[in-house]
Ligand binder design. Structure first.
Ligand code: RB5
Length: 148
């Protein structure tokens, strides 16, 4: 599985640790984020990962900024993205099982690396359950169509 990772200046070190963690688990990881701690604009990286996921360059995306909020908001503006910002593993798992999220975001200033790893593992190991959840996810995606 290919995972795209994006980050702003506030998450360079955490991004490196997350990349190693994912590679050690056997995932192919593609780095779309900045490797510089110079201040930069998180919407650039939210959009990059959003477009990479929707274009199927990667299977799933992970985004990290200071809080995970801004970068996930930016990704969610790309049609087809369902990005969730999580600071605990329970919501991460349910966001896949019920909401079929395709991007996980979290904050480098909010969670430590060990909690981030738990959140990521829970998210990656969960599977979309379909059924009544498919109908609700379809309803979410229909909102995009009404804006076309
Ligand atoms: C950058 O200082 C910070 O605003 C950004 O990383 C993120 O937390 C925004 O939501």
């Amino acid at each position: 599985m290919r995972i795209g990772i994006g980050n702003d200046h506030s998450a360079v070190e955490m991004k490196k640790e997350v990349m190693k963690f994912l590679q050690d688990l056997g995932y192919e990881v593609i780095n779309y984020g900045t490797d510089s701690t110079e201040s930069c604009d998180y919407p650039v990286y939210g959009e990059k990962i959003g477009r990479a996921v929707v274009a199927k360059e990667v299977d799933l995306g992970i985004l990290i900024c200071g809080t995970g909020v801004g970068i996930s908001l930016a990704a969610n503006k790309v049609k087809g993205v369902r990005a969730v910002v999580c600071s605990e593993p329970y919501s991460a798992r349910l966001s896949r099982q019920h909401n079929n999220t395709n991007i996980l975001a979290f904050g480098a200033r909010v969670v430590g690396i060990e909690l981030a790893k738990m959140i990521i593992e829970e998210w990656l190991n969960a599977e979309f359950e379909g059924g009544r959840h498919q109908r609700r996810v379809d309803m979410i995606m229909d909102i995009e169509k009404r804006d076309e």
